[in-house]
Design a protein around this ligand. Structure first.
Ligand code: ZN
Length: 399
């Protein structure tokens, strides 16, 4: 391979060099161009759903602006972020003195006036970014970077700022008069979740769902996943690589997922009594763990979406691929309009729960509105005649 070939290979779309971000090619290109032109902004706001890759992109940006490119085997400088030079390596290991990630649980060191060192109990209990965090950030950015590059401060969950306004005002002051050699990166679900005065001081980078194939490739190349596991996890991740990687590193995730699918299918085939029992359990769970109930409703949606796709012969796009056989049977058995009605009813229930409607009533109404999947289809699964996944295997028995 010639040097030109090597350069070509490095810049091909499939080769992300030292970037750790999965997908988001446009955002990476935008930051790379800004860096090459010496126009990296003082403040960025990266928005997007949970686990879509906001924090990873922010860390890539930290590596990008601090990289001292190592030479590759051809004697060329690897394009930053190279991922292997000393600053890149230190940032990856979270030991770089000039890179700081602040979330509500970040300890307050008590270095700046007006803040006091926090205890681990206080850190664990804190649910918002406090004025103490902002004051410490201001103290830090007033100093020259220790390691000679650029200081990068990342606020993970910038929307979770203490509501009294003091935190925002202090942050705004820094954004209005940005110190040299400092990049502030705010991470939030959407620009709407921050005051407009703050948003207008930042370059906005919006991240959207990553295509399944890119997540799948990332799981294989970076996570060491086998192709079948990668395919299933990528489809379950809903466009969010972080979810897929978390599941890859936690074997119980797949097991919990299988149990949840069975629970949803059994409930779908159940009579009113059985469905109300399920609604009650979920309503009780809602009091303890809202997130879990919201994920369960996402699973209901994904199953009815799959049934809808299978009704239209779009088997390639099914999310719950291990269950394709049973869901095909269900698709053949339900009425043409059932999947759409089901998806609408689930969306309405999710909305009702968000608006703090009475969870038990909301979920009981949902159970009454959801179409019935014929019990024999679910009984076949329970008897192991259909899609019962083999131990650890992700073979699609329908194929
Ligand atoms: Zn580097």
């Amino acid at each position: 391979m010639t040097t030109a070939d090597a350069t070509q290979a490095r810049s091909s779309p499939g080769n992300s060099g030292g970037w750790q971000t999965i997908g988001h090619a446009a955002a990476r290109l935008y930051l790379r161009r800004a860096h090459e032109a010496g126009r990296v902004a003082h403040a960025y706001l990266i928005t997007g759903p949970d686990q879509v890759g906001k924090r990873t992109l922010a860390m890539d940006l930290a590596r990008l602006v601090n990289c001292t490119p190592a030479q590759d085997m051809f004697g060329d400088d690897a394009p930053p972020p190279c991922g292997s030079c000393a600053p890149c390596d230190r940032i990856s290991r979270n030991v770089h003195a000039d890179i700081k990630v602040i979330d509500p649980h970040t300890p307050i060191r008590g270095l700046s006036s007006g803040t006091r060192e926090s205890t681990p109990e206080q850190d664990a209990a804190r649910t918002l970014i406090s004025i103490g965090h902002i004051r410490e950030m201001q103290h830090d950015v007033s100093l020259n970077p220790f390691e000679g590059g650029r200081r990068v401060v990342i606020f993970d969950g910038a929307d979770r700022m203490s509501p009294d306004g003091a935190g925002w005002n202090a942050l705004l002051k820094t954004l209005e008069e940005p110190p040299e050699k400092v990049v502030i990166v705010l991470l939030a679900p959407s620009a709407d979740s921050l005051p407009q005065t703050v948003v207008s001081r930042c370059q906005l980078i919006e991240l959207h769902a990553v295509p399944n194939e890119e997540i799948e490739r990332g799981l294989i190349e970076r996570g060491g996943a086998d192709p079948e596991t990668a395919a299933q996890l990528a489809r379950l991740a809903g466009g969010c690589p972080g979810r897929a990687f978390a599941a890859l590193n936690d074997e119980t995730t797949l097991d919990r997922y299988r149990q949840a699918v069975l629970r949803v299918l059994v409930t779908s085939a159940g009579d009113v009594e059985e469905r109300f029992r399920y609604a009650n359990e979920m309503a009780r769970e809602f009091g303890r763990n809202r997130e879990l109930v919201s994920r369960e409703l996402e699973l209901w949606t994904s199953i009815w979406r799959d049934i809808l796709l299978l009704k239209h012969g779009a088997a390639d796009s099914v999310a719950n691929i291990t269950w394709t056989g049973s869901l095909s049977d269900a698709a053949a058995a339900v009425n043409a309009d059932d999947p759409r009605q089901a998806i609408e009813a689930i969306a309405k229930a999710a909305d009702g729960l968000r608006r703090n409607g009475m969870p038990r009533v909301v979920l009981e109404v949902l159970m009454l509105e959801l179409p019935v999947i014929p019990p024999e289809i679910v009984e076949a699964i329970e008897l192991g005649e259909a899609d019962e996944p083999s131990d650890g295997g992700w073979d699609d028995p329908a194929s």
